[in-house]
Design a protein around this ligand. Structure first.
Ligand code: SF4
Length: 372
C-alpha cells in the first residue's frame, strides 16, 4: 500500500490538510474538503480534461499515478510540489501522529533512522490541524517518531488536544523514555487526562552495557529505568518493549526476571521480531539471528512472565517460527499497510491466525514454512 504519491500541482501555493469527501470516480478523480471552503481535486488524468472554470476555481493535483489507495474520509497532506501524503486512514486501526524524524538515541536496529533536521515546528503544525479532523469514533491512535519527547512542552499541548477532541480514543506513545528520568517531565504530563494513554518504552537488556550499546547512548539504561519508575510514581500506564536479535536473545530469561522484580507495575510486555529495514541490514552481522534459533530463550522469558501474572505478548513473529507453546501470545501486530503474506502462506493452516511478515523487511527467515 502506498501512503505517498505525487502528481503535478495546479493553484497550490501552501500545504493543505484535507479530507477525502468523494471517491465516486476513484480511478480518475477524488474531491477533498480542506480547512477552508476551497475546492480540491486529485486526479490521475492529465490537465486537459479539466474545464477552464474548474481550473480557475479549484486547487488540483493531476497526473497522479494511482488513486486506488485513497478512500472516503482519509485525511491527506497536499504540498505545493504536488506530493500527497496520507496522514490518517479511516479504515485502518494503525494510524499515528508523526512527531519528528529526530531522536536522542541511535539504535543499531532502528527501522526509521533519525534525521538531524529541525522538523518539530513543521510536524507540530500539521498534527494540530490533523487532530481536529480525525473522527471522534477512532479507537486507537499512535504517537511516534523519532523521539516524541523532543517536542518538549508542545507534546503536552498535543496530548491535551487529543484527549479533548478524541476522549474515547486509546493513545499509544512510542518513546525511548529517557526524558522521563527528569522528574519534572512526568510531573508536567500529569495535567493531561491520561487514563487512555499508554507509553511504550524499550528496554533491551537487564545489563546496562548491553542496553547502552544497542541504543548507542551512554546512561541510556539508567535513564530508561529511572524513567519507568518516575512515570509509575505518577500513575502512568506503561508498556515495555524488547526487540529480539543476536544482541538481546541470550539474556531474555534474566531480563524477564529483572522486569518482574524491578518493574512489576508494567502493564504489558511485548517481545518484538526484527523488522529488517533501516539500519538493520547495515548491522546485519551484529544483529541477525534466525528467530527459530532463539525459541528456547524466548519461551523461557514469556512463560516466566506469564506465570508471574504479567501481561505478555509476542509481536511481529510468525507462527511457523514460534514454538506452539507461544502461539497464544503472538499478536497480529504488523501495521496493515506494511504487512504481507508469502506464497508459502497460502497452503498454511495457521494463515488465519498468523500476523504475516513485514512487507518492508528486505530479508525473511528461511524457516518460514507452511504449517500443514
Ligand atoms: S507459513 Fe505464513 S501464514 Fe503460515 S505461519 Fe508461517 S508466516 Fe504465518
Amino acid at each position: 500500500m502506498n501512503l505517498r504519491t505525487k502528481g503535478t500541482p495546479h493553484n497550490i501555493s501552501e500545504q493543505i490538510v484535507a479530507k477525502v469527501i468523494s471517491e465516486n470516480d476513484i480511478s480518475r478523480r477524488i474531491c477533498l474538503s480542506g480547512e477552508t471552503d476551497e475546492n480540491l481535486i486529485l486526479s490521475s488524468q492529465d490537465i486537459q480534461v479539466f474545464t477552464s472554470s474548474e481550473l480557475l476555481n479549484n486547487k488540483i493535483v493531476f497526473n497522479i499515478p494511482s488513486l486506488s489507495d485513497l478512500a472516503s474520509a482519509d485525511i491527506l497532506l497536499i504540498s505545493p510540489d504536488g506530493s500527497v501524503n496520507t496522514l490518517f486512514r479511516q479504515k485502518s486501526t494503525h494510524n499515528s501522529l508523526f512527531i519528528t524524524d529526530r531522536c536522542n538515541s541511535n539504535c543499531l536496529m532502528c527501522s526509521q533512522p533519525p534525521k538531524n533536521r529541525d522538523d518539530l515546528d513543521f510536524f507540530f503544525g500539521i498534527n494540530t490541524r490533523l487532530i481536529t479532523m480525525i473522527p471522534s469514533t477512532t479507537k486507537e491512535l499512535g504517537i511516534t517518531g523519532g523521539e516524541p519527547t523532543l517536542l518538549g512542552d508542545r507534546l503536552i499541548t498535543l496530548l491535551e488536544m487529543i484527549t479533548d477532541n478524541l476522549p474515547n480514543t486509546e493513545i499509544h506513545v512510542l518513546t525511548n523514555g529517557r526524558a522521563f528520568a527528569w522528574q519534572n517531565i512526568p510531573e508536567s504530563l500529569k495535567k493531561i487526562n491520561y487514563n487512555k494513554i499508554v507509553f511504550g518504552i524499550p528496554l533491551y537488556s537487564d545489563f546496562y552495557k548491553d542496553h547502552d550499546y544497542i541504543v548507542q547512548a551512554r546512561q541510556a539504561f539508567n535513564q530508561t529505568v529511572l524513567g519507568f519508575h518516575n512515570m509509575a510514581r505518577y500513575g502512568f500506564r506503561l508498556e515495555l518493549r524488547v526487540v529480539l536479535h543476536e544482541l538481546t536473545y541470550r539474556r531474555l530469561p534474566s531480563l524477564a526476571r529483572y522486569i518482574f522484580k524491578n518493574l512489576p507495575f508494567i502493564e504489558h510486555i511485548a517481545f518484538m521480531g526484527l523488522e529488517y529495514t533501516g539500519y538493520t541490514p547495515h548491522n546485519s552481522n551484529r544483529l541477525w539471528i534466525d528467530p527459530s534459533n532463539y525459541g528456547n530463550q524466548l519461551e523461557e522469558a514469556v512463560l516466566y512472565l506469564d506465570q508471574m501474572g504479567m501481561n505478555v505478548s509476542i509481536y511481529n513473529l510468525q507462527h511457523c517460527l514460534l514454538k506452539p507453546s507461544l502461539w497464544k501470545y503472538a499478536r497480529n501486530s504488523i501495521s496493515d499497510w506494511k504487512k504481507e503474506y508469502l506464497e508459502e502462506c497460502n497452503k498454511c493452516k495457521q494463515l488465519k491466525d498468523c500476523g504475516g511478515v513485514f512487507a518492508t523487511s528486505k530479508k525473511h527467515s528461511n524457516e518460514i514454512k507452511a504449517i500443514l
